[in-house]
Every structure is written in C-alpha cells, then in structure tokens.
Design a protein around this ligand. Structure first.
Ligand code: SF4
Length: 499
C-alpha cells in the first residue's frame, strides 16, 4: 500500500459544542490557564491527564523503536487516554467527540514529526479517523482548520501565549517560595487558588473585534496586570524563612522534559527540593523569545542577497522588544519577583565558541548559553540538564558542554539522561553534583555573615521589627551570589548600614 500522509477529517463549526479538544505537554498550571483561554472562545477543551510511567510502555508498543523519550511519553499519554475512553464509550463515540491539538513545527528533530508518531499510534489502535490538529508555532494566525470548527486565529493564539506567560510567572513564584515556606503546604494552597482565579480571568476575557484589535488589547490593557496584582496580594500571606542556605539549581534541557513536572522526568524538580535545593524552573517564555531570535538570524543571513531583509530584521527585532516588554510588564505586576528573561543575543554570544547558532533542533545553542549565563551572572550554583534518551540535539549540546567544562572546571553541571526506567542511576548522578553545590551554598552564606559581622540571631531580631521581610512577596535583590540566603544577609546588612 502507498504511503498517504495523515489528513484530519473535517471538524465543522456546528460540531464545536460536542467535540472536546484535548491538549497537553505543559504543566498543570499552564494547562488550566490555556483551558480558560479556550473556554473563553466557546471551545470544549480538556488537558490530558499528567504523563505517567505507564504511558512510556504504551507508547513503546505503538511507535518506532528509535523515537526520543518525549515522543514516546506524549504519544503513550494520548493513547492511554483514548483507550480508556474507547473502553467506556466505544470507538465511534471517541472519534466523534474528541480531537487533539498539538504544537508542531518543521525542523531537524522529532518535534517536526510528533504528529507522525501520533498517527502511527492511531493506526495501531484502529483510530485513523480520530482528528489531530497542528498548532504551528511559527504562525499566529492560521485561519480556520479543515471544516472551520477550529479557528487558529489571533484571539486563540494570543490567549494561549498569555496563558503560557502567566503560567511561567506563577511557576517562578512557586519554586522560589516553597523551599522557604514556614508553614508546609501553604505555597501549594495559594498556588492552586491563584491558578483557579487566573483560570476565571482567562475564561472571562472581554475581547471584542478581530485580529490586530485583539492583539492590541492583550498588549495594552491592564486586564492581566490587574489580575496579577491581585495574585501578588494572595502570595503576601505566605511566611518564609530565607535564612536557610540552599543550593540553587537551574533546570535546563530539552523543551518537554524540562517543562514537565511528573514521572516523565523522574519528578526531578520535587526530588531536588526534597534534597534541600531551590529550583530555577525553565520558563516557556524563553523558548518563544528564542523563536523570534531564530527568525532574526535567518533574515540576517539573507541580507547579502535580499535588500528587503534588513527591514524585516528591524521589524522582528521590534516584535521581540514588544514581547520582552510584555513579559516585563507582567513581571512588574508581581513585584518583579519572577526571573527576567535572559538576553537572547547574550546567550548566542556566550554559546558561540562552543555551539553554532544555526545548529537548530531542540533548544539549539541555548543549552550551552543558559549554562554559561547562569555561571557568569552567578544565578545558580549548579545546572541540571535533562537530556532525553535518543535525542540528537541534546547529545550534541552535551558534547559541546565537555569543551565548556574544560575551560570552566568549576561550573557544576549534571547532565541527566532520562529514559524512563533508570531513575536511581540518574538521581544518584545528580546527587553527587548537588553535594558540592550544597557545600558552596553554605560556604558563601558563612562568608557573608563573617563579612557583615551579622549573626542569624541578630537578623531574626531585625526581622521581628520588620515583618514584611518574611513575606513571600518581599523582593531580595541579587547581590552577586547564587544563594538566596546569602543575598538576603547582604541585603539586610545594607538596610542596617553594616556595608
Ligand atoms: S529535541 Fe530531542 S527529545 Fe525533543 S523532540 Fe527533538 S529529538 Fe525529541
């Protein structure tokens, strides 16, 4: 039989009320906000259940053996869900009542072929007529999909992007607060309340008009900043104790693996926290910024042969400034607590001696750039890079990092290969590097106390007179050290006039 590319059956407008659009691949926070944005447009939408270890086995049975582990996990995740629904309601119900929306692109790695893996698995299940739709990450306005039931237009895409940005900001708040919370479980509770509140904010977006008017409203109105200011108030109630020297671990790695929170990456973020670390989570916003940078690079290369390319470079640079400005505006509404986006030109410059910026696929040169950025700016004690089994781009960046480590032997770097079934090995490897990161965090803290002549007891007495210092929303400025506790001691010393 000849190969025929998958083409979804039409999804007609009149079907909208009965078809649930499935999606996934992000954290539960991002997914809930994306759901709000889709409900706002009157779609029935539901995130898939979080990926579990058994999804890996389900995926392995149905797709090609050389697939990278994120592809196997996410395919298995979709298939497990569909199988359970077929069991409950029958095959015809599932193909009529569900459709799946996934991000995709054209590129050298498997990300460009995810949908092929999904269709292979659907064939295996006898569900070829189940509908899969591709959200092209390079096109904000794709117009109506086949049949007009799904319109990937600006209200749709802007809702998803703003939901992702807000999900990132909340995730930053979560990871910088939980390790220091005084009352266990409080961060989780406030986080859940914040996500539910923001879900309603997205569901009730008062958008009017089409296309550019909608985009302008997202960019200029204070609808989202006002909501985030209210979220900040909610976080004020959490009491923290920052006088605990903890190693700061920056998570990098392949897009899906670093974003995911669960079995798909051995729950490594939670595990690191339980081992006494503070995590810097990887925002999806950096990836969107990287896409803009990649477009600029391509246009810059064309300048020699196309005079108009120069104007286009200027246009995309302006777009990038608007994008970063929007992120900063949302950060400001949260008191500038979430981390700023790293400058893409700096990431490119830092990575350049080790990794060519035109080697696309996966995170490209960003893995090297991010590690060096954290090292030079003293943002983290250690990098934990999550590398999927059978991922070509990540294998290349790990190779390049060997060269980086030759030049910066004191950069603490733990590349963890994730393949779903070697958890003990991966975590023990991470623990070895973490032990040194802990020693460094303690050492810089002790030195800060010595330098300032302060003691923990003296700072505690000062905190009693200034209770705002123990609020989760109190911003501790970066004073040139990776550790939160060290920066806190130096900041208190400044306030007390000791330095
Ligand atoms: S970057 Fe690697 S793990 Fe991710 S989709 Fe591409 S090949 Fe797979």
């Amino acid at each position: 039989m000849h190969y025929t590319a998958y083409r979804p059956r039409p999804f007609r407008k009149e079907e909208r009320e009965k078809v649930t659009i499935l999606f996934g691949g992000l954290t539960w926070k991002h997914e809930r906000l994306v759901q709000g944005a889709l409900h706002n447009l009157n779609y029935k939408a539901e995130p898939l259940p979080n990926v579990s270890r058994t999804d890996l086995d389900v995926g392995k049975e149905l797709i090609d053996v050389g697939a990278c582990c994120p592809t196997i996990f996410t395919t298995g995740n979709l298939i497990s869900f569909l199988k359970s629904k077929v069991q409950d309601h029958g095959r015809d119900y599932v193909v009529d009542r569900y459709a799946f929306l996934t991000a995709g692109a054209c590129g050298p790695c498997r990300f460009g072929q995810y949908h092929e893996s999904y269709t292979m698995a659907l064939d295996g299940l006898g569900l070829r007529d189940f509908r899969l739709f591709l959200l092209d990450q390079n096109q904000l306005d794709q117009g109506p999909a086949n049949g007009g039931g799904l319109e990937i237009n600006l209200p749709f895409t802007a809702g998803i992007i703003w939901a992702i940005l807000c999900g990132d900001l909340l995730t930053d708040l979560e990871y910088m607060t939980r390790p220091y919370e005084v009352h266990p479980g409080e961060t989780e509770r406030v986080l859940r309340d914040s996500v539910e509140y923001l879900y309603e904010v997205f569901r009730d977006r008062p958008i009017k008009g089409k296309k550019w008017r909608v985009l302008a409203w997202h960019l200029l109105s204070d609808y989202f900043t006002g909501a985030l200011r209210r979220v900040k108030k909610m976080w004020e109630a959490i009491e923290v104790d920052r006088l605990q020297p903890k190693p700061k671990v920056k998570i990098t790695g392949e897009f899906w693996l670093q974003t995911h929170e669960g079995d798909g990456n051995y729950n490594i973020k939670r595990w690191l926290e339980q081992e006494g670390a503070e995590i810097i989570p990887p925002p999806i916003a950096v990836w969107l910024d990287y896409l803009l940078r990649s477009n600029i690079q391509k246009l810059e290369d064309k300048r020699v042969i196309d005079k108009r390319a120069g104007r286009k470079v200027a246009l995309v640079r302006t777009l990038q400034r608007v994008y970063r400005g929007t992120y900063n505006r949302l950060r400001r509404a949260l008191g500038n607590l979430p981390y700023e986006l790293p400058d893409q030109d700096e990431l490119r410059r830092l990575a350049a001696p080790y990794f060519h910026n035109r080697l696309a696929g996966g995170e490209g040169d960003m893995l090297v750039g991010k590690a060096l950025y954290a090292y030079h700016h003293k943002k983290a004690h250690m990098i934990c890079e999550l590398s999927p089994y059978s991922c070509m781009p990540n294998t290349m960046s790990i190779g390049a990092m060997a060269n980086v480590l030759g030049q910066y032997p004191d950069l603490l770097y733990a590349p963890i290969e994730i393949k779903g079934d070697a958890e003990v090995h991966a975590l023990s490897r991470c623990q070895m590097i973490l032990t040194e990161a802990k020693r460094r965090a303690q050492q810089e803290f002790d030195e800060a106390l010595m330098k300032t002549g302060l003691t923990v007891e003296a700072i505690r007495r000062y905190e009693e007179r200034h209770p705002e210092l123990r609020m989760a929303t109190y911003r501790v400025p970066h004073r040139g050290f990776a550790g939160t506790a060290t920066n806190y001691v130096l900041h208190i010393a400044e306030r007390m006039g000791k330095i």
